[in-house]
Ligand binder design. Structure first.
Ligand SMILES: Cc1cc2nc3c(=O)[nH]c(=O)nc-3n(C[C@H](O)[C@H](O)[C@H](O)COP(=O)(O)O)c2cc1C
Length: 163
C-alpha cells in the first residue's frame, strides 16, 4: 500500500496536522504541499489537508481535488478557527465531498487552528462577523497535542478502511 499526504497551509497549522497524519502511517508514504504534487498515480489513498477559508475549501486546493482520477480513495483533514463539531467546519467538508464527486471519500477529520490576529481584527470590525471572530479567538494554541493525537487516530482508521 502506498499513501500520499498532501496539504495546503498559510500559517503552518494544517502542516502540523499533516505531519501527525504522516507519522502515524506505517506503509510506503510521501508528504508534499499540494502545489508540489507532480503525479497522483499509484497511491492507494490520498490524504488532503486544508485550512477552512470562508467556510469552504481554499481556491488553491479545489482544482487538485477535482483532478483526481475517478474512484481514487481520499481522506480529508482540515484546521479551522471555529469550534470543533459545529456546522461551519462541517460545511467545508461538504464542499470537499462535492468537489470529490466520483472519488471514494473514506472519511474526514477537523481540528481547530490558531487564526491570525490580522483576520480576527478585520472580522471584529464587521458586525456580521463579530460573533465568529470572538469564537475564533479561542482557537489560540491549536492544533495542540490532543488534536495531533486525534489526527494520528484518524490516519490509522483511514488506513484500516482502505485495506
Ligand atoms: C482569509 C481567511 C478566512 C478564514 N475563514 C475561516 C472560516 O470560514 N471558518 C473557520 O473556522 N476558520 C477560518 N479561518 C481560519 C483558518 O481556517 C485557521 O486559522 C487555520 O488553522 C489556518 O490554517 P493554516 O495555518 O494551515 O493556514 C480563516 C482564515 C483566513 C486567513
Amino acid at each position: 500500500m502506498k499513501v500520499l499526504v498532501t496539504y495546503f497551509t498559510q500559517t503552518g497549522n494544517t502542516e502540523k496536522v499533516a505531519r501527525a497524519v504522516f507519522d502515524a502511517i506505517d506503509v510506503e508514504k510521501e508528504i508534499l504541499p499540494v502545489g508540489e504534487v507532480r503525479t497522483v498515480q499509484g497511491y492507494d489513498i490520498i490524504f488532503i489537508g486544508f485550512p477552512v477559508i470562508a467556510h469552504a475549501v481554499p481556491v488553491k486546493v479545489q482544482p487538485f481535488i477535482k483532478s483526481l482520477p475517478a474512484g481514487q480513495k481520499v481522506a480529508f483533514f482540515s484546521t479551522h478557527g471555529s469550534l470543533r463539531g459545529g456546522q461551519l467546519p462541517k460545511q467545508a467538508f461538504e464542499d470537499a465531498i462535492g468537489l470529490a464527486a466520483g472519488k471514494k471519500v473514506l472519511g474526514y477529520f477537523g481540528c481547530r487552528g490558531k487564526v491570525s490576529p490580522k483576520i480576527i481584527d478585520a472580522m471584529m470590525k464587521q458586525p456580521e462577523n463579530r460573533a465568529w471572530a470572538e469564537e475564533a479567538q479561542t482557537a489560540d494554541g491549536h492544533p495542540d497535542a490532543a488534536d495531533l493525537k486525534d489526527a494520528r487516530g484518524f490516519a490509522d482508521a483511514m488506513i484500516a478502511k482502505a485495506r
